[in-house]
Design a protein around this ligand. Structure first.
Ligand code: ATP
Length: 194
């Protein structure tokens, strides 16, 4: 079973593309979804409160995504510290997922931070989902109700797309007028032949 990574900047469409691979029968591990669940673990919760303060969780105990998001997206060093709390547990859950799917030809690990965290070095190959900046901004503004400036700020806190293109084994162009399914099927067939 091969481990293939999918990544892309905010609004590039990596989740959308990963879902299409899932339709082809490929098991997909969504690292960001996994991380969202992990923040509810008591031990992780304690560490996050130590790092970012008690406002990281609301009065009813649920994760205050807006508060944490605002803190980390304007400060890369805090983002790194938060990742250091969450990532080891995500890695454990991913290993469990791999064991469960060890009979499959390949699985996909979807993560926003494959290159930033060097996780890509542990994968057989990586796929970068790319889209032009204007499109990404429009998508995220529409999806998350953010202003143009807020989206630009988040993009600036990520590794630039051009740098990711150099590190990726394959790219999928996902602008609104790109033929995405065709690219996915071609790549799927290629990976099956590895
Ligand atoms: P993030 O890192 O912010 O979670 P992402 O890279 O996972 O983003 P998606 O959530 O897949 O991106 O897509 C962002 C938004 O753009 C979604 O609302 C999605 O429906 C839309 N979108 C993705 N791909 C396309 C496409 N080819 N055409 C039109 N809309 C798209």
């Amino acid at each position: 079973m091969l481990r293939i990574g999918i990544t892309g900047g905010i609004g590039s469409g990596k989740t959308t593309v990963s879902k299409m691979f899932a339709v082809l029968g490929v098991p997909v591990f969504n690292s960001d979804e996994c991380a969202k669940k992990i923040v509810c673990n008591t031990n992780i919760k304690t560490q996050i409160i130590q790092l970012l303060g008690k406002d990281s969780y609301t009065a009813n105990g649920s994760y205050n995504r807006a508060y944490v998001g605002a803190k980390v997206f304007s400060n890369y060093s805090i983002l790194e510290k938060l990742n250091a709390i969450i990532h080891p547990q995500v890695a454990k859950d991913f290993e469990t997922f791999c064991v469960k799917n060890k009979h499959k030809p390949y699985i996909i690990k979807e993560s926003a931070l494959l290159f930033e965290t060097n996780i890509y070095l542990q994968l057989y190959a990586t796929i970068l989902v790319k889209a032009n900046q204007k499109t990404r901004i429009q998508r995220v503004m529409q999806r998350d109700g953010l202003t143009q400036q807020q989206v630009i700020q988040r993009i600036r806190n990520q590794m630039p797309q051009d740098q990711k293109i150099k590190l990726a084994s394959y790219t999928i162009a996902n602008n609104n007028d790109d033929l995405v399914i065709k690219q996915i099927v071609t790549l799927h067939n290629k990976i099956l032949k590895f």
